[in-house]
Design a protein. Sequence first.
Length: 94
Amino acid sequence: MPKYILVGDDDAERSYERAMSLYVEAGAERRAAICLGHLADARFFLRRFEAAEETYLDALAQHRRLGNRRYEAVVLGNFGNLLRGTGQRQQALE
């Protein structure tokens, strides 16, 4: 069973942002896009809903550009959860 380490709010966001920059430097665009989706998830769980929405949309655009259908679906599902959870049910259904 995996063990998780809890970090402070700013630490989580900084860690994902740092990881993304390293992936971009290494030319690993798919991994950077996946990491962007994780950053959106973290912002959602931290209740930073506007930042999470923007980040989900950025991640979705990256996955579509890269043709990464699997993670496109993951991001769409998580984005739908955000919309539903913030009272934007109709938009989530679209």
